[in-house]
Design a protein. Structure first.
Length: 440
């Protein structure tokens, strides 16, 4: 990529300009700079390539409990000072914020290898060459392929008048494919710091197989069924669990975990932890406010051990704050199956789900959510896939359906379209509520 991103020396210069140009009580500066390249394909042909450079600097200042912020994508001195003055004007006009807290002091950050040269040096021609066999395989199988391949180089920085300073460079590569037939589809998605660690060939083979195997789908009556969830489907049903680990809501009394801290909330063989430095995840050494991320266990052998305490809630309850449960790994502590195929081979009868979409809360107090299956739903009988199925709408809660698990694989790559990357197992569950059948 030709664009020169902000480096640490530049960010220190920016920080010094801003801090020396104001008399605010507190100043917090955050930088996000990215150079991304995205190749899009549809109808079995490349349709677009876009390269975008997105620098963004946000300045937040505070006078007592009055605070205001302003952003700019121009990083020359005059533009920086202009953005600073705008933030100051907003702060003076703002009412007192009773939840305002001054910036964190200096932090000790984990050392992470987040920048991969091979990803940073990926060119549009490289992406076209990697995508060509994907399209060819769709054409050979009479399917219509659509998706993206992208790579980006990123720089993130935080600094404050309190002495806080953090800076990190990273890379990110992504690939997705939807292979479509007349009445069926298959899908795959993954992201990694290292473009060479994305198995595009295997992902394409999987998406194509699903599209072919789910042709002429049957309609199965709605009801409660044993299910096999691929890791992406686990990500869809489990994400609301992660979103709800809020100590603020817990102490307010409207959390699905109210009264359950220290109690069993998942199958006793499940452990949930955060590992921001894991090489297969996209973690960062610091959160958006500059707080250092740490390895953390949230659920240990089914027992809820920790909640996410933002700084204000932590101060209210005199506990140490922590960062959100990102870079999540859910592991099954017991005998595991080698693959999804092994889970299928062990099943007498089940519905195999590739992915969920349009997931929405129905009842936040017990984590009941709804959504639809997508891109590969199958009937399994006597240890093999016997038919594709028309998609279902579901209504269920991870606090219910993940209380008892029949079998699981080791954690592996898991993503949904709108969610962060996680490492999750595929799961076979004895009961899941497929509440209605969709028309496709």
């Amino acid at each position: 990529m030709a664009t020169q991103l902000i480096v640490e020396k530049d960010f220190r210069r920016i920080k010094n300009i801003i801090l020396s140009s104001t008399r605010a009580d507190d100043v917090f500066v955050s930088l996000s700079d990215s150079d991304s390249s995205t190749l899009r394909f549809a109808n079995n042909q490349v349709v677009q390539h876009v390269s975008v450079h997105r620098p963004r600097l946000t300045i937040r200042v505070a006078f007592g409990l009055k605070n205001g912020s302003a952003s700019t994508n121009r990083l020359d001195e005059d533009s920086l000072v202009a953005a600073l003055r705008q933030a100051e004007r907003i702060a003076h006009l703002a009412p007192d914020d009773p939840e305002y807290l001054p910036p964190l002091g200096s932090q000790s950050y984990l050392r992470m290898s987040t920048h991969i040269a091979g990803t940073a040096n990926t060119t549009p021609l490289d992406m076209a060459n990697r995508t060509k066999p994907v399209i060819q395989q769709c054409v050979e199988q009479g399917l219509v392929g659509a998706g993206i391949m992208s790579s980006s180089t990123n720089a993130h920085g935080v600094a404050a008048s309190s002495g806080l300073f953090g800076f990190q460079e990273s890379t990110d590569a992504r690939f997705s494919l939807t292979a479509t037939a007349e009445d069926s589809s298959g899908w795959a998605l993954n992201a990694h710091r290292d473009v060479d660690s994305i198995d595009m060939h295997g992902m394409t083979r999987s998406a194509v197989m699903k599209a072919l195997a789910s042709r002429n789908p049957r309609e199965l009556a709605p009801g409660h069924y044993p299910v096999i969830f691929e890791p992406a489907a686990v990500a869809g049903i489990f994400a609301p669990f992660l979103w709800s680990l809020s100590a603020r809501r817990y102490h307010r009394g409207d959390s699905p975990f109210s009264g359950k801290l220290g109690s069993v909330v998942l199958d006793p063989r499940l452990t949930l932890r955060s590992d921001p430095g894991h090489p297969d995840l996209l973690g960062s050494p610091f959160a958006s406010d500059g707080m250092a991320t740490r390895h953390r266990t949230w659920v240990d052998q089914g027992v809820l051990k920790q909640l996410h305490y933002d700084r204000f809630t932590a101060a209210e309850h005199n506990v140490v704050p922590n960062t959100r449960p990102n870079a999540a790994i859910l592991s099954f502590q017991g005998e595991t199956a080698d693959s999804v195929d092994a889970l299928i081979a062990q099943a007498d009868r089940a519905v195999l789900v590739t992915n969920f979409w349009y997931i929405r809360f129905v009842d936040r107090t017990d984590l009941t959510v709804t959504g639809m299956t997508r891109d590969g739903t199958f009937l399994v009988e006597n240890g093999r896939i016997v038919a594709g199925l028309k998609n279902f709408r579901f209504h269920d809660s991870p606090l219910r359906c993940l209380k008892l698990i029949d079998a699981a694989t080791s954690p592996t790559h898991a993503m949904t379209i709108n969610g962060a990357k996680m490492l999750l197992p595929a799961l076979r569950l004895p009961d899941f509520h497929l509440s209605s059948v969709t028309k496709f």
